[in-house]
Design a protein around this ligand. Structure first.
Ligand code: ADP
Length: 592
């Protein structure tokens, strides 16, 4: 070897060393873990970032198996095998496990490298830390899953079960539950996973009012001094080592922790309150036997999504309330419907009864009208036809009186006088009966009449007896009304006639009164006569009913019956108030 060639070689070696150092420092400067792997899967080189990601020094990494440093060694093995087959992989997701337990999600990009002869010597792989990216993605998946559950119309139980599933998938903790505050201040688990029946027997029936434990204090937001060391900024409890935490305090303070979680082997514990608009509705309870299992970031994230669960709880509560009211409303409607149906049926029955009664009434009225008409006809015909023989009787008696007066003795003449008197009475009776039957109830009243004119006519007709009795008659102003003037004149005549006839020891004082009240006029004929015992107050309005002998007070007993007919014909009523010796007041009404 010449000197020149020796110098050349030296220079070349130096150049190579420089190039190596240069590229080496580039590799070491990279924040991404870089690694080379031999064809049999052994690590042949690593950079500083790989040492940091695994927590293992380079010397120990080189020569060890590549797949050993991942949470899923099989997947890591498959990955580098694929590089040999395809010549490269892009964005191949693996999770590097640090010796201390933490994990780093990475995306591998790898290619094979070859020697001068073109033979594959190994794989060069670069990992990009995507832990933050993955965490963000998982958080967003988690939130989306929760939102989806919220949107789905399920029962509270179904919702909480699904939420727990999502939380467990996310945290992969051993046991968890969601406590929901009920109306009695109890906090049973609305849903739970991984708690044993023995644990639940002790912990599922706690009351905010009576029990003392850290989960109750998280829900009620009332903390003890010793709680603050495990209290998060968001108001949750996060304890990495329960037994160590509790054993470090005095027995008196230990009483504030039920200690069941610890007894059942849970070392890591977390209680995250669930609230809605500042109202605490419950809590998420996470437990795991592994120490320091719940990372601050995990708890912080759960704190950030707990209002979503709170809102859902609130909605289920509201729906439950609404359903209760709806149920009550339906019950009321049902009850009212039944009542209404019963009332309807009753009404139907009443209508039917009423219809039958109406029918009967119509029938009776028709019958009555017919028999009334028959009676009127009969009374008219009878009284009319009776007049004929009566006239004959009186005629013959008069003949007897005139022609045989000197042939008859006194006794015979007395008999004849009796017969004349009887015939005269008969004549009066027939006249009255005729008048009664003429008060046809079927005639319609047309026009109107001045009642004071009717009263004046009646008094004119009674002029003689009024004068004889020295009767004093006064009257209120009388109205003009839709009445049959002849009938009203007859009415006044009968009432005033009676008032004069049935006078007492004093000269008659008679007053005709008139008062208007809603819908009708009420008239009165007041006298100071002999009066009537109240027991006869109704009987006197019936035909032929008299209270005295003919000799004492002449009359036929038809006058008041006629009055009653006239008043009723006008749609009114007639009655009397009286007592013996005190005079009488006859009232009658006439509708407007
Ligand atoms: P009459 O006057 O022909 O007897 P009414 O029908 O007019 O028949 O009267 C019936 C009975 O009522 C009379 O007989 C009388 O006993 C009683 N009466 C009627 N008006 C009066 C009156 N103003 N005072 C006392 N009694 C009366």
């Amino acid at each position: 070897m010449s000197e020149i060639s020796g110098i050349k070689r030296k220079r070349t070696e130096e150049g190579l060393r420089n190039a190596y150092n240069y590229s080496r420092s580039l590799l070491e400067a990279s924040l991404d873990p870089l690694i080379t792997i031999s064809t049999d899967g052994k690590i042949t080189d690593v950079n500083k970032a790989t040492e940091l990601a695994t927590g293992i020094p380079r010397a120990r990494l080189i020569g060890s198996n590549f797949p050993d440093y991942f949470t899923d060694p099989q997947k890591a093995n498959d990955g580098y095998q694929r590089v040999f087959e395809a010549g490269f992989v892009r964005d191949y997701l693996l999770t590097i496990r640090h010796v201390a337990g933490s994990e780093t999600d990475v995306l591998y990009n790898a290619t094979v490298y070859r020697n001068d002869k073109g033979q594959i010597e190994g794989v060069f792989a670069a990992a990009r830390d995507v832990t933050e990216l993955k965490a963000a993605e998982r958080r967003s998946n988690f939130t989306n899953a929760l939102l989806k559950l919220f949107a789905q119309k399920t029962s509270l139980k179904e919702y909480l079960d699904s939420v727990l599933q999502v939380i467990q998938d996310w945290t992969s903790c051993q046991a968890l539950g969601i406590r929901v505050v009920d109306a009695d201040q109890r906090i049973p688990y609305g849903s739970f996973r991984g708690f044993s029946p023995d644990f639940l027997a002790l912990e599922d029936n706690l009351s905010l009012a009576n029990d003392r434990c850290i989960c109750l204090r998280a829900i009620a937001r009332k903390f003890e001094a010793q709680d603050f060391s495990i209290l998060t900024a968001g108001g949750s409890f996060r304890c990495d080592n329960g037994p160590a935490f509790v054993s470090g305090m005095s027995a008196e303070k230990q009483a504030d922790y039920r200690g069941h979680c610890i007894k059942f082997g849970f070392t890591s514990l977390t209680v995250i309150p669930i609230s809605y608009l500042d109202r605490i509705l419950g809590a998420i309870h996470l437990a795991d036997s592994r120490e320091a299992f719940f990372k601050p970031a995990t708890v912080e994230f759960l704190e950030s999504i707990s209002p979503l669960i709170g809102e859902a709880l609130q909605r289920f509560h509201a729906e439950e309330e609404l359903a209760k009211y709806r149920g009550r409303l339906e019950e009321l409607v049902q009850k009212r419907t039944v009542e209404l149906e019963a009332a309807n049926m009753q009404l139907q029955r009443e209508i039917t009864e009423r219809k039958i009664a109406d029918e009967n009434l119509r029938y009776t009225a028709a019958e009555l009208a017919r028999s009334n008409q028959d009676l009127e006809q009969f009374a008219y015909v009878a009284s009319h036809d009776l007049q004929e023989p009566l006239r004959a009787v009186s005629g013959y008696i008069q003949l007897l009186q005139q022609r045989y007066i000197d042939k008859l003795d006194e006794k015979a003449l007395r008999y004849i006088a009796g017969a004349v008197d009887g015939a005269a009475r008969m004549q009066r009776l027939i006249t009255d009966l005729l008048a009664f039957s003429r008060m046809g109830a079927h005639e319609r009243i047309g026009g109107s009449a001045d009642l004071s004119a009717a009263l004046a006519s009646a008094m004119e007709n009674l002029k003689v007896s009024i004068q004889e009795a020295k009767a004093k008659i006064t009257s209120d102003a009388l109205p003009r009304l839709p009445v049959d003037s002849t009938q009203i004149e007859q009415l006044f005549q009968n009432l005033i006639g009676n008032a004069v006839k049935f006078r007492g020891k004093h000269a008659p004082e008679i007053h005709i009164g008139a008062n208007h009240r809603p819908g009708e006029w009420i008239f009165s004929v007041r006298d100071n006569g002999i009066g009537i015992s109240p027991q006869y107050a109704e009987r006197i309005f019936m035909i032929f009913q008299r209270l005295h002998t003919r000799r004492k007070y002449p009359g036929t007993g038809i006058g008041l019956a006629i009055c009653k007919r006239i008043v009723e014909h006008h749609g009114g009523k007639i009655w009397v108030t009286s007592s013996p010796e005190k005079g009488s007041i006859f009232y009658f009404t006439i509708p407007d």
